[in-house]
Design a protein around this ligand. Structure first.
Ligand code: AMP
Length: 846
């Protein structure tokens, strides 16, 4: 279907990722080259191929190539812990894995042949561009997705092409995608709605827009992306729909034409909120379906002011049958509860290497005329409404949904049981005041063993995806039991009653700011009392609640804080300090959040916004990055007299975000010199600096040997690429005086407009002024230096820094010139090495 579409619209844009894109023809050719290579490695119908890639153009090329070669893909989510990936690799024994050189390091030991789409790409381009002859039939597998398993290990659901073909055809006949549509790809390959997002778009000529890695969890980013890219089609889970509706700017998302909301029950209140905020009719759909039935099995077009108390899941999609049956597999009457069973074209082939479980869940379909037809027992309780719609009521087992992630509580308990100190455990899902669920683990420890909750949490983090790690852990003497000897889950204590056990001593608020914050926390978390030393995340807070909490903080304190502040300051006491700081009461002058999400300490990069974007896209999604910028407001840079003063002001500002070290600092070119001075000042204040990274920064004064015209052309060229431009009156005259008018016409400058030059010249004037007066001192810590391989100017070895480093100087050469090292493809190598340097620095300093 994709290849037919390529014939229809070869030059149309097929896929967009940040600033890069591929047309249908380009995408097809790349996928063909890779597919030919995969064939040479033995991939053909029936062969499984692991795919461990972040969202990127390569990920789409990789998926298409696997299918073109005839294989079926197995998502290996790079954010999952190694033990989880090891299980999947062990279970599937995929003979081939697609990944990148960077992600390869996080993969566990395996026997597979590896294809690195970054480092090996040049070799791959030697392959034929032509389509392959493909012998795949509808019965061949298209993918295996692993989902939570109640016995302690995940289970692989095997989906054949037939189910996905049916899904796409149903979508197309029902919702009619056109070439004008733009489909957002925000869901991980580990979850099946990603399948329709990608292939519906590519098989029917729409444009696929990839959210940046990690972006799927960031409501502000998504709203911006939807309105900027004019997205028309998207999928999301109810908790994310709620978060988006609470975002500023959601009213600008009027281009949306189709939204699939699914994964768990959709509250009627949310539907009403949707209509009041977006006023879009016939757009929102409640879709229902388990992974075992090829994505969606039923759907309902959401209506305004309906009389439903619970939003129905509607009616079956094409070629799908829904049966609501009692324990004897007899249909129940209209309005009666029964277990929902699914039959038809979407059924999975079963669970990989689990014939018993497959037989238990995929049973003969007594209602079908087709010999051998099966139906899937979903475990979902549902009923038929009088109007023919189906209503989902709940589960009949201990499978739960947390932010729509499917979780078998038994799997978490089974992993806890592997910890030597755990004697017994029960994990349950509780609801916060807003109706969001979170996990609580109740644990009885072995009497002879002491273990900290943080250790138990880490134990689970190493084995389970993040969404399966409980928010709260409660240590109990014994678990409550029912008379027949089962854990009495309903008698497990409420989190509000267990607060002290969670966090130790209760400390009441002591001042006005803390009192206000306690009120906000109690409202958002739906529990009380909350003490000022309680950790937001241990009380059940999660990323979406954090967004809501910070929205309340903004209302009360008129201060917009990024989520990373809460991650680093998760108690009321810490947040109150941040809010009380006068520096923060006025808004930031220099700090610009470039990527504010993530749990790691922030990386501060001096002088630049857009130049750092490609680098950031390759860093850990959990790595927040902030820019420190004075260049975009020329006056500020020019106003300070000395570089030391500028660095001092920068430090004041980063301390509002991160009051204590270890700090991660860096900068490109002259930005590196500022970072260097900041590091010096922080160390003299007794702070730790875990990373000082210089990106092609020359030690000031060491490039003097070159001729003035060479230097001028280099610097102007460099400045022209730095960032936004500003018109500064009279500078053009001054510039002509200092350098002569020839400089302005020099072709080497790549001057596009005079304003361009004038703006940068003003900035450059300030840089020169700083450089002239700045006398760098010997640095006692470690400097990580990245040097551009292509030198535009004559430089000293190690760009002069050897003279000044009393500690260690780690230097690397990166392909590209002064700016090229921050651009693709070179920046991938840079990011890889930078990540190692960050981890090393943090490991040494924490
Ligand atoms: P998954 O395999 O992750 O798609 O999870 C499938 C399960 O999610 C179903 O069996 C239901 O329990 C639940 N589910 C999916 N969509 C909906 C929906 N629209 N309303 C209620 N529950 C849903």
């Amino acid at each position: 279907m994709f290849e037919i579409q390529v014939e229809r619209s070869p030059d149309k844009t097929a896929v967009v990722f940040e600033n890069t894109q591929l047309t249908y023809q380009q995408l097809n050719r790349r996928a063909n080259q890779l597919a030919h290579h995969l064939r040479s490695l033995g991939v053909e119908s029936g062969v499984l191929v692991g795919i461990c890639l972040e969202r990127s153009l390569e990920m789409i090329v990789g998926l298409l190539a696997i299918l073109k070669a005839g294989g079926a893909y197995v998502p290996l989510d790079p954010t999952y812990p190694t033990e989880r990936l090891a299980f999947v690799l062990q279970d599937t024994q995929t003979p081939v894995i697609l990944t990148t050189a960077r992600l390869l390091k996080s993969l566990p030991a395996h026997q597979a042949q590896v294809v690195c789409l970054d480092s090996e790409w040049e070799m791959l381009t030697q392959n034929s561009l032509e389509n392959l002859v493909c012998e795949v039939t509808p019965d061949n597998l298209i993918y295996i997705i692993y989902t939570s398993g109640s016995t302690g290990q995940p289970k692989g659901v095997m989906i054949p092409h037939r189910g996905i073909y049916n899904q796409l055809q149903w979508r197309q006949t029902t919702f009619e995608l056109t070439q004008a549509d733009k489909v957002l790809q925000n869901i991980s390959l580990s979850f099946d709605p990603s399948v329709w997002q990608i292939f519906w778009s590519l098989c029917f000529g729409a444009q696929l827009v990839l959210a940046r890695p990690g972006g799927h969890q960031d409501p502000a980013y998504l709203v911006k992306l939807i309105s900027e890219q004019q997205i028309t089609v998207m999928a999301l889970v109810p908790s994310m729909l709620r978060a988006l509706l609470e975002q500023k700017g959601i009213e600008n998302c009027q281009t949306l034409k189709h939204i699939t909301c699914g994964g768990e029950a959709l509250p009627v209140k949310l539907i009403e909120d949707f209509f009041s905020k977006l006023k879009l009719d016939n757009v929102l759909h409640n879709c229902y379906g388990p992974t075992e039935a090829s994505i969606d099995a039923t759907f309902w077009k959401c209506q305004q002011n309906s009389n439903y108390l619970i939003a129905p899941i509607g009616r079956p999609i094409a070629n799908t049958q829904i049966y609501i049956l009692d324990e004897d597999l007899q249909p129940v009457g209209v309005g009666d509860l029964g277990e929902l069973h699914i039959g038809g074209a979407g059924l999975a082939r079963g669970y990989f290497k689990r014939p018993d479980l497959t037989r238990e869940k995929f049973i003969p379909n007594p209602f079908s005329q087709e010999p051998g037809a099966l139906m899937y027992k979903t475990g979902d309780l549902a009923r038929y409404l009088g109007d023919g719609n189906i209503e989902y009521v709940g589960r009949q087992d201990s499978q739960v949904k947390i932010r729509s992630f499917r979780i078998e509580l038994g799997e978490i308990e089974a992993v806890l049981a592997q910890h030597p100190a755990v004697q017994q455990s029960a994990v349950i899902a509780r609801e916060d005041v807003l109706g969001d669920k979170y996990l609580v683990a109740y644990i009885v420890l072995d009497r002879d063993r002491a273990v900290k909750i943080a250790q138990l949490r880490r134990f689970l983090q190493q084995r389970l995806p993040e969404y399966m790690v409980p928010s709260a852990f409660v240590l109990l003497e014994t678990l409550p039991m029912t008379p027949n000897g089962k854990v009495d889950r309903r008698s497990l204590p409420e989190p509000a009653q267990i607060r002290q056990e969670l966090e130790g001593t209760f400390v009441a608020p002591r001042n006005e700011v803390e009192i206000q914050l306690v009120k906000i926390w109690q409202k958002v978390l739906g529990m009380q009392p909350i003490g000022i030393k309680d950790n937001f995340f241990s009380l059940g807070g999660h990323s979406l609640l954090a967004v809501r909490l910070l929205a309340q903080v903004e209302k009360v304190f008129k201060k917009n804080l990024p989520v990373s502040i809460l991650l680093q300051n998760p108690t009321i006491e810490q947040l109150a300090i941040i809010l009380s700081k006068s520096a923060l009461v006025k808004s930031w002058s220099y700090l610009v959040p470039l990527q504010p999400c993530g749990s790691k300490p922030p990386l501060f990069l001096c002088q630049g916004i857009s130049i750092y974007q490609p680098l950031i896209s390759y860093l850990d999604p959990e790595q927040p990055v902030y820019g420190l910028l004075s260049g975009h407001e020329q006056e500020k840079l020019v106003k300070q007299n000395r570089l030391e003063e500028l660095a001092f002001d920068y430090i004041q500002e980063i301390k509002t975000l991160q009051p204590e070290g270890p700090y991660l600092l860096g900068g490109h070119s002259f930005g590196g010199v500022i970072a260097f001075e900041m590091a010096q000042q922080l160390i003299s204040q007794g702070q730790k600096v875990a990373l000082l990274v210089l990106l092609d920064t020359f030690l000031p004064g060491t490039t003097k040997a070159i001729s003035s015209s060479e230097r001028l052309s280099f610097h102007l060229n460099q400045l022209l690429q730095i960032g936004p431009t500003y018109i500064v009156k009279n500078v053009i005259e001054k510039l002509s005086k200092s350098y002569g008018s020839f400089a302005l016409k020099h072709k080497f400058f790549r001057i596009k407009t005079l304003e361009h030059l004038v703006g940068h010249a003003a900035y450059y004037g300030a840089v020169l002024k700083y450089a002239k007066h700045y006398v760098p001192q010997v640095y006692l810590g470690r400097i990580t230096l990245f040097m551009a391989r292509e030198k535009l100017v004559r430089v000293e070895p190690e760009l002069g820094w050897t003279k000044l480093v009393a500690g260690e100087l780690e230097s690397y050469e990166i392909p590209g010139d002064h700016f090229g090292l921050l651009k693709k493809p070179n920046v991938q190598l840079l990011a890889e090495k930078l990540k190692v340097a960050i981890d090393k620095g943090l490991a040494e300093n924490y």
